[in-house]
Design a binder for this molecule. Structure first.
Ligand SMILES: C[S@@+](CC[C@H](N)C(=O)[O-])C[C@H]1O[C@@H](n2cnc3c(N)ncnc32)[C@H](O)[C@@H]1O
Length: 407
C-alpha cells in the first residue's frame, strides 16, 4: 500500500540544474544562491495583455495518439491592477537578473509593443545606458492582422551587458549566405565549383561565396512562431521556439555556463540550454509550468523544487512480491477539464519511481507520455522491494508523491 505524502524536492541524478516553482517577487534561495555566477538571464514575462492564458494538453492514450481529447486548463493570468503593479514586477525582474549575472554576463528581456518603452527605461536605469547592446526585432507573420493600423508583427528583445567584459561571439550563429538579394551582382563559379556573386570596385574584384556564412543583424525574420501542429508545441500559451532561444544563447554562452530564466513557462530556455550543454535554472510561479517544463527536459542532473498536491487522490498500484513485479493501474484524480468518466490510467501523464531520504524524492526511473510514447508504461522491471516511493503527474500537471506505508 502506498500513501500520499508532501514532497517539495525531487532530485534526478546529481541534481545540479534547477527547476523551481516560486515567485520572482520573493526569489527562492536556491536561485539567489547563483548570484554573481550566471552567464545569461533570459526573461519573457507576461506582456500586460490583460488575458487569461490557457494550456491545452492531450489526454490519455487516445489524446496522445490522435491529438484528441486535449482539454484546456488555466495556465497563467496576464492581468495587473494597473501599470504601477506591472512595473513593480518588471523592475524586480531586471534587478534580480542583474544580481544573478557574473561580470561577463548578459541579460535578455523579451516584450512586445505594450511595455517595450517602459522596459527600455527600466533596463537603462538598472544596468546603466552603457550596458545596452541591442534591441532585437523578432518579426513573424502568425496571428491576426489589423486593418486600422500597420499589423503589429514583432516582439522586441533587449540585450544588456552587466559590464564591459561581457562575452559575445557572433561566429557561433552563422547563417547560409545563399544566392538571394545579390541580383545586382554578376555571378560566377570558381575552379572548385563554388558559386559566388562578384562585384568589381576600384579595379578590385570582391567575391561573396554562396556557401560562406553570414551573421544575423538585429532584425530576425527567419524564425517563425510555432505552428499549430508543430511537434515542439507543449500546449502552453506564449511558448517560444527553441530555435529563437538557441540563437540568443549561442553567442553569449559556452558549454557549462549557467543560464537562468525567471519566468520559464513551458521551459523553452531550459530545453535550449540543455541542448547546448549549459547548466540551467528555471523559475515560474505556476506549478503547471513546472510540470510542462519537466516533461520536455531530459530528467537527469536536475532538482525540481515544487510542492506536491495533498488532495488524497488514490493511486492504484498492484504489487506482486513473489513475481517481482510492480504495476501502476491508475490514479483516482478529478479535474473539471478532464473528459467525463475518464479512465484512471488515462489520468496519468508521467511517473517516477525512487526512494525518499529525509523528505527528498530521489528519482530512479521516469516515464512520460509523448506523441512518440502515447501509451502509459505501467509495469516496472525494478524489484518492488527496492521501491520506496512513486511520484505521479496527472494530465492537469498536478504532481503527487506516494510512499510505501510502513516503510
Ligand atoms: C510569457 S510566459 C513565458 C513563456 C516561456 N518563455 C515559454 O517559452 O514557454 C510568462 C510566464 O511568467 C510566469 N510568471 C508571471 N509572473 C511571475 C512571477 N511573479 N514569478 C515567476 N513567474 C511568473 C507565468 O506563470 C508564465 O508562465
Amino acid at each position: 500500500m502506498f500513501r500520499q505524502i508532501p514532497v517539495r524536492r525531487e532530485v534526478f541524478g546529481g541534481g545540479e540544474n534547477l527547476l523551481v516553482c516560486g515567485d520572482v517577487m520573493e526569489l527562492p534561495e536556491e536561485i539567489r544562491a547563483l548570484a554573481g555566477r550566471v552567464q545569461c538571464v533570459y526573461v519573457d514575462p507576461p506582456f500586460m495583455t490583460g488575458e487569461r492564458f490557457t494550456r491545452s494538453r492531450p489526454f490519455g492514450t487516445r489524446g496522445w495518439k490522435t491529438g484528441s481529447p486535449a482539454p484546456k486548463y488555466p495556465a497563467f493570468e496576464d492581468r495587473y491592477e494597473d501599470e504601477t503593479a506591472y512595473l513593480e514586477l518588471l523592475n524586480r525582474l531586471v534587478s534580480e537578473a542583474r544580481e544573478l549575472l557574473g561580470q561577463a554576463g548578459v541579460f535578455y528581456l523579451h516584450l512586445d509593443w505594450r511595455m517595450a518603452a517602459q522596459a527600455r527605461l527600466a533596463c537603462d536605469r538598472i544596468f546603466g545606458k552603457e550596458g545596452f547592446l541591442n534591441e532585437i526585432i523578432w518579426a513573424y507573420e502568425s496571428g491576426g492582422r489589423s486593418k486600422r493600423y500597420f499589423p503589429r508583427k514583432h516582439d522586441g528583445i533587449l540585450l544588456y551587458a552587466k559590464s564591459g567584459k561581457y562575452k559575445f561571439n557572433l561566429t557561433r550563429v552563422p547563417l547560409p549566405r545563399g544566392s538571394e538579394r545579390k541580383n545586382h551582382m554578376a555571378r560566377g563559379v570558381d575552379e572548385q565549383g563554388r558559386p559566388y556573386a562578384r562585384i568589381v570596385s576600384g579595379g578590385k574584384e570582391y567575391r561573396y561565396y554562396d556557401d560562406d556564412p553570414v551573421y544575423p543583424g538585429d532584425v530576425w525574420t527567419d524564425i517563425s512562431h510555432l505552428q499549430q501542429r508543430d511537434p515542439e508545441r507543449t500546449g502552453y500559451a506564449t511558448q517560444k521556439p527553441v530555435r529563437l532561444l538557441e540563437r540568443l544563447l549561442l553567442p553569449v554562452t559556452n558549454e557549462g555556463d549557467w543560464v537562468v530564466d525567471l519566468c520559464c513557462g513551458s521551459g523553452t530556455t531550459l530545453e535550449a540550454a540543455q541542448r547546448l550543454g549549459c547548466r540551467f535554472a528555471g523559475l515560474d510561479r505556476n506549478p503547471e509550468a513546472v510540470a510542462v517544463t519537466l516533461s520536455r527536459l531530459k530528467a537527469e542532473n536536475l532538482t525540481v523544487i515544487c510542492d506536491t498536491s495533498l488532495d488524497q487522490a488514490a493511486l492504484r498500484i498492484r504489487e506482486d512480491p513473489t513475481e517481482g513485479s510492480f504495476s501502476l493501474e491508475g490514479l483516482e484524480a478529478e479535474h473539471p477539464s478532464f473528459p467525463e468518466n475518464a479512465a484512471a490510467a488515462d489520468v496519468i501523464e508521467a511517473w517516477e519511481t525512487g526512494s525518499l531520504e529525509e523528505g527528498v524524492f530521489r528519482a530512479e526511473r521516469r516515464f512520460c507520455r509523448s506523441f512518440r510514447y502515447p501509451e502509459l508504461t505501467t509495469t516496472l522491471r525494478a524489484d518492488p522491494r527496492a521501491i520506496d516511493a512513486v511520484m505521479v503527474t496527472d494530465a492537469a500537471g498536478r504532481r503527487r508523491a506516494y510512499e510505501r506505508k510502513g516503510s
